[in-house]
Write a protein that binds this ligand. Structure first.
Ligand code: ATP
Ligand code: MG
Length: 389
């Protein structure tokens, strides 16, 4: 089957009133970038959809997989393009029908912004009868084996049957920019993905324990960032050497407070760097009650360090099994489960309190030069080298 175009649909993007044009431009730009190098000819905006015209000699699978990762796309289909006239439409429908085998079928025509005179229902009936005559298959409007979609827009008609789902959400970039805290674990890449799905561009920040730990968490975060690029587009990954800061915390604080103190310093450094880089929120992969550092009491005292930016926790209500499932879909799961040394391992206490009190934390931090450590953390931030995907 030779296809001329891919028809791309979005729904939420189209509902944004006066911003609609801005959203559509962003979507078109993101689609063009995502399918670069896959041999398409042109990406065009048509009322309510985006049309990608295809070069003849190229396989379309790479283009279709890339489209399946563009946020804002609700569904898409490789299609045949003909003039909006009954003759060519019927011919094209019959050609599509020849490429499939089915016992029952339905024709679903829709019109948008066109002077084509016949109603959608008339098109359904005429094309349906032609397919019936050609194949001997019966019509079933409720549960057809095969559906021929016909979209008539202006003086064009697009026909397709192989419709696929996109990820939905909003085009990357329309919701501003965030700084996502990326560990080497399962949760944080999923959290960044969730916020990106709602249109936020992401910068990523990873805290590592070198020289006190091996480079495995750095490698892990780099690989995760490189993989996330398929969804997030270009994303920068900041590396923060955190070992010395952890060492100072260890000398100043009782064991069970350490993990919460580490998180408080991570948040302060992340907020400071985020502001410097023009990000409007922080993102973490916390899920309520999942581990000791994620009880409401501990989240509350960790949150108090972030003074100017909101902290987004898109996984707060998710179970681990749901997060794992998402991580598999995104493709980060296999990377995340590779054994690696978390930055905290060396200084990880045996016991972590589930209810750190603000007074205890403040007392422990009074022995530390908090501002100095945060400044040092930000000053040592480095943009990471990234492996090839
Ligand atoms: P994850 O699976 O994302 O590692 P987790 O279940 O291990 O999460 P925690 O260790 O409590 O949970 O970390 C909570 C959140 O803090 C992480 O989701 C991440 O956003 C951030 N975080 C933890 N460690 C680091 C790190 N080394 N660098 C950057 N962010 C981190
Ligand atoms: Mg972790």
């Amino acid at each position: 089957m030779h296809y001329d175009v891919v028809v791309v649909h979005y729904h939420e993007v189209g509902l944004k009133g006066r911003n609609r044009h801005f959203f559509e431009r962003a979507l078109t730009k993101n689609i063009t970038r995502a399918i670069e190098g896959t041999g398409f000819l042109k990406v065009r905006e048509r009322p309510g959809r985006v049309i990608i015209s295809l070069a003849e000699e190229h396989a379309i699978d790479p283009l279709l997989s890339a489209l399946g990762r563009v946020f804002g796309v609700s569904n898409f289909a490789p299609a045949v393009h003909v003039d909006a006239e009954l003759g060519p439409i019927t011919e094209a429908a019959l050609e599509l029908a020849r490429s499939a085998t089915f016992g029952t079928f339905a024709v679903r025509a829709r019109k948008g912004n066109t002077s084509f005179e016949m109603s959608s229902q008339q098109v359904n009936e005429i094309v349906g009868k032609a397919i019936c005559d050609q194949t001997g298959a019966g019509v079933n409007l409720d549960r057809p084996d095969w559906t021929c979609h016909i979209e008539i827009v202006a003086d064009h008609a697009y026909l397709y049957f192989d419709r696929r789902f996109g990820p939905g959400g909003l085009p990357l970039g329309v919701s501003g920019k965030v700084m996502a805290l990326l560990s080497g674990g399962i949760d944080s890449p999923v959290a960044a993905w969730e916020v990106a799905k709602r249109g936020a561009s992401c910068e990523l920040i990873h805290f590592h324990g070198q020289p006190y730990s091996d480079p495995s968490s750095v490698r892990q975060a780099s690989q995760l960032a490189a993989h996330l690029e398929r969804w997030l587009g270009q994303n920068r990954l900041w590396m923060i050497p955190f070992g010395d800061i952890q060492r100072e915390i260890v000398t100043a604080a009782p064991q069970e407070l350490r993990v919460v103190l580490y998180r408080r310093f991570m948040m302060r450094i992340a907020e400071s760097l985020a502001e410097r880089e023009g990000c409007q929120a922080l993102v973490t992969g916390e899920s309520l009650g999942q581990v000791a550092s994620q009880t409401l009491q501990n989240i509350a005292v960790i949150d108090r360090t972030v003074e100017r930016l909101p902290v987004l926790r898109p996984l707060i209500g998710r179970d681990k099994v749901e997060i794992v499932e998402l991580a598999r879909t995104i493709g980060t799961y296999e990377i995340s489960i590779t054994p690696h040394q978390d930055c905290c391992v060396l200084f990880t206490p045996k016991h972590v309190t589930t209810h750190a009190s603000f007074e205890q934390l403040a007392e422990a931090e009074s022995a530390l030069d908090v501002d100095g450590l945060v400044e040092k953390g930000v000053a040592n931030a480095e943009l990471a080298w990234r492996p090839e995907k």
